[in-house]
Design a protein around this ligand. Structure first.
Ligand code: GUN
Length: 285
């Protein structure tokens, strides 16, 4: 039976280390890193994510500001708020929680965030730099996944990795990070033929689709490391569940991440790392 990779525990350790780092940075530079989070509307899942981000910032000693805006906020008003935060020299990170209400163009909003304050790593300049192998802010979820894989002592170089899901936020950057770690990477998605067969080839299987229990035990290669990025609500129980049927897949995998308590906490923890990185980049500019 495979070992569970406890993202909550790993996050606690990393946040503890960052709290010490922030204290030292404050002593050296006379201020702590600061993060502004904008939430538009009242999507309950977004409210919960944002609460988690603000709480993590408190734990690490990062100054945070939560800006809530009503669901009918115009794009113009949101862009003006981003401009204000971009210009504020005391703010190191700006994050706009996604998804945005339908009348707002998400791409325009992401483009408006100063790329040096783009703690999500979603701005086209950061995306381009990631793919060009230049210094950049790496999106939090795939960054957290790499940290979890490293934590298991699982060596990635030369192994076969399959990423199921091709989103800009997770799937695509995940592919690049695995490639950078010298894995042989396949990207699979909803139109992939023989998905089970493709997945069974994977030494490292990352599921990031958003479909409850899409990955079953028969799709897992014995001894594989299985990373479940999915966050789904089970319609029967109302509980959170992932893209992987963990109960059966853990019998086959060597390591597996749970939902909740796996990738989710690590994403938030990596946001803290990215905020510190933006702070240091701005100080050293
Ligand atoms: N919505 C879901 N995941 C994310 C994320 O990582 N960042 C932002 N800004 N919004 C999200």
């Amino acid at each position: 039976m495979g070992a569970i990779i406890d993202g909550k525990q790993l996050s606690l350790r990393l946040k503890g280390e960052m709290a010490d780092e922030v204290k030292a940075l404050d002593a050296k530079y006379g201020r702590v890193p600061s993060l502004a989070v904008i939430l538009v509307g009242e999507n309950p899942a977004s409210q919960s994510y944002v609460r988690g981000k603000i709480k993590a910032a408190e734990e690490v000693g990062i100054k945070s500001e939560l800006i809530t805006m009503p669901a009918d906020t115009t794009e113009e008003v949101l862009l003006a708020e981003i401009d204000r935060l971009n210009a504020d020299k005391d703010i190191d990170g700006v994050l706009v929680q996604l998804p945005l209400p339908k009348h707002i163009d998400e791409e325009r909003v992401i483009d408006a965030i100063a790329f040096e304050k783009d703690v999500d790593g979603f701005h086209p300049a950061n995306v381009a730099n990631l793919w060009l192998g230049k210094p950049c802010i790496v999106p939090c979820t795939p960054k957290g996944v790499m940290q979890m894989i490293a934590e298991c002592g699982f060596s990635v170089a030369g192994k076969k990795a399959v990423v199921v899901g091709r989103s800009n936020i997770v799937g695509k950057p995940m592919v690049k990070l695995l490639l950078d770690a010298n894995a042989t990477v396949t990207i699979a998605h909803s139109r992939t033929q023989n998905l089970a067969e493709v997945c069974r080839e994977a030494d490292i299987l990352v599921a990031a689709v958003g479909r409850k229990h899409l990955i079953t035990a028969d799709m897992v290669k014995p001894g594989a490391i299985v990373i479940d990025v999915g966050v789904n609500r089970d319609p029967e129980t109302g509980k959170l569940c992932g893209d992987v049927d963990t109960a059966s897949a853990k019998e086959v995998a060597s390591f597996i991440t749970p939902v909740p308590g796996g990738v989710g906490p690590m994403t938030i923890t990596m946001l803290m790392k990215n905020t510190i990185e933006c702070y240091l980049n701005r100080i050293n500019k």
